[in-house]
Design a protein around this ligand. Sequence first.
Ligand code: ADP
Ligand code: VHF
Length: 383
Amino acid sequence: MAVSGRQSDVKRIEAISEIGSARRLVVKIGSALLVEEGKPAIERLNSLAKDLATLREQGTDIIVVSSGAIALGAARLRLPKGGRASLADAQAAASVGQVALAQLWAQALGDHDILAAQMLVTLGDLEDRRRYLNAAATLERLLETGAVPVVNENDSVATEEIRFGDNDRLAARVAQAARADAVLLLSDVDGLFDRSPDEAGATLIDQVEGVTPEILAMAGDGSSSGLGSGGMASKLEAAQIAGRAGIMLAIINGSRLSPIAGAIASDRGTVFLPVRSDSARKAWLGGRLARKGTLIVDAGCVSAIAKGASLLAAGMTRVEGEFQRGDLVQVDGPGGEGLGQGLVEYSAAECRAICGLRESEQEAKLGYAPRAAVVHRDHMVRS
Ligand SMILES: Nc1ncnc2c1ncn2[C@@H]1O[C@H](COP(=O)(O)OP(=O)(O)O)[C@@H](O)[C@H]1O
Ligand SMILES: N[C@@H](CCC(=O)OP(=O)(O)O)C(=O)O
């Protein structure tokens, strides 16, 4: 069973109307769509399950990423603020709500003779390469058996600093792990608008090629519709993660009945075209989220990195954060512009000691022969 290797077996899909031809599809549904006033939105869930069953009959593997545990659990436990008043509340609510959520999916998919398989993951499960490959293998096996994995974050154990918090980025990471061709994020809006859809004159963007700073600005402060946590900002981050892995991502309106069939028929929504197809390992690295620190580099280093060179100590001007050798760090240019991220070859203290030094000057500071680079190009992914 191949779970690593290149992403080249991902089929290139460029329009919502082509979703039906996807070999493997991840569909994410948010809390706001699945839970209404503390109760499951059964009609919507059943209609979505019917769409998913149709796609499966046509030969598309389906993975569901479903939010809603906290919202459902909070209503059952009568917790304030939808269970989000504190981390402890959210974790308790998720424990109670996840049982209900799994039952709902088992029933909705079961009506179409499809077995639902619950899979709860934490950020750490997908950040560590070995655990990531293990999760990938589980997904692969489940799909082989014909079950539909229903994935959610394991909210009852995930801690604040190391959690996704939104299921948009989780969906993109799952798509990468499963080598899916496309991700559909179901929202309560038709897609990405050029400004908040509540503002007069807001226009739907049909297609995005590369999530630029201008595109990111359209999501505003990232606030969401209420029950959810990610807002449009986390959907754009998800698009970046998927795009880097060569996977198309689309945002469509999930509030209507038969949302996927409707979006395929009308081709309405926002499509984020895959920007490149990194190797599976580089795509995994680029999609990692838990950065431990930042290395700031000078203009010369910016152009060297742009040409594919490694990050050398001589080009480093500042080191932020505390990290150990092998940790993931962000790499920024002199103006704070994000250049990429990679696995660092030194601890933060060692980086500070050799910051700005040439190779010949480093040994005296380190007490041992310096390594080839601070971040080697093979372990760096550009933004
Ligand atoms: N530029 C934008 N385009 C579309 N929606 C936006 C934009 N800026 C902010 N939003 C808000 O993002 C919300 C969708 O995110 P969210 O509520 O987190 O959904 P979900 O719970 O489905 O993940 C929309 O209802 C809208 O209010
Ligand atoms: N994992 C959480 C959902 C996180 C979240 O709020 O996601 P979303 O509603 O998609 O913005 C839950 O099941 O309640």
